[in-house]
Design a protein around this ligand. Structure first.
Ligand code: G3H
Length: 228
């Protein structure tokens, strides 16, 4: 079954997401960008809260490192700080860069220590042909396709159906968890599920007035959960 990721900003929102059946409680500050990082203390509070209050063992947490440039030391330092909270997955945005390999070489060591890393690629950006293979080779647990601009456009505005099928097949052929997100709402579900993602992520589409910086709207999460 396709899992449901809901991005939350604090314990109150984590509780709403848990109660309405989110499988992945994703920690993110929408005020700080596409993958805005929350303060470590907030991440810790939510990780502890989910640990105690999850209704089944398959409810997990993830947290983002923030919208960081592809600088190996900077990203590695932030990944380790976040991993210390015992969050289940650490999400790293792959912003455009001439050199992804130095980051991947550094992150490989962290992945080998048992930290589960998720690479977030952005639909608006162009990547080298072999990047997905390189991410797998660096030991990443998963890969997700999201959007950077958060202007209502989805990956379907940037990828043709054929390109998406190829992308999805490539990620799945590496047995990585495959996530899709980016200004999605309940009306996109049927099309998005055609690519067989492991999970689908939402923030704006489950927020008041569909504004990702506003509070979560429980009724919208419920509708998506029911549809999934
Ligand atoms: O990880 C998922 C994102 O938080 C999705 O955010 P969005 O639905 O506002 O694009």
């Amino acid at each position: 079954m396709t899992q449901l990721l809901i991005s939350v900003t604090d314990v109150n929102e984590a509780q709403i997401a848990l109660v309405h059946g989110a499988d992945l409680i994703d920690l993110k500050d929408p005020h700080q960008g596409a993958l805005g990082a929350l303060p470590i203390q907030t991440i810790q509070e939510v990780v502890d809260f989910v640990g105690i209050n999850r209704s089944h063992p398959q409810q997990y947490t993830s947290a983002t490192v923030g919208d960081l440039p592809m600088q190996a030391d900077l990203i590695a330092q932030q990944v380790l700080r976040i991993a210390n909270t015992k969050v289940d997955f650490v999400k790293i945005g792959f912003f455009e860069s001439e050199d992804y390999q130095s980051c991947l070489d550094t992150l490989k060591h962290i992945a080998h220590q048992g930290v589960k890393l998720i690479a977030v690629l952005f639909a608006e950006m162009q990547y080298p042909e072999h990047l997905i293979d390189d991410i797998k080779a660096a030991g990443f647990y998963g890969l997700m396709l999201d959007t950077a601009q958060k202007n209502g456009g989805t990956f379907m505005d940037y990828y043709t159906h054929e390109q998406m099928c190829l992308f999805a097949t490539r990620v799945r052929s590496h047995a990585m968890a495959f996530g899709l997100a980016g200004s999605l709402n309940v009306q996109h579900l049927e099309k998005v599920r055609a690519y067989s993602p492991s999970y689908i992520g939402f923030r704006g589409g489950v927020s008041m007035s569909n504004q990702r910086k506003l509070n979560l709207d429980a009724a919208k999460i419920k509708a998506i959960r029911a549809a999934l």
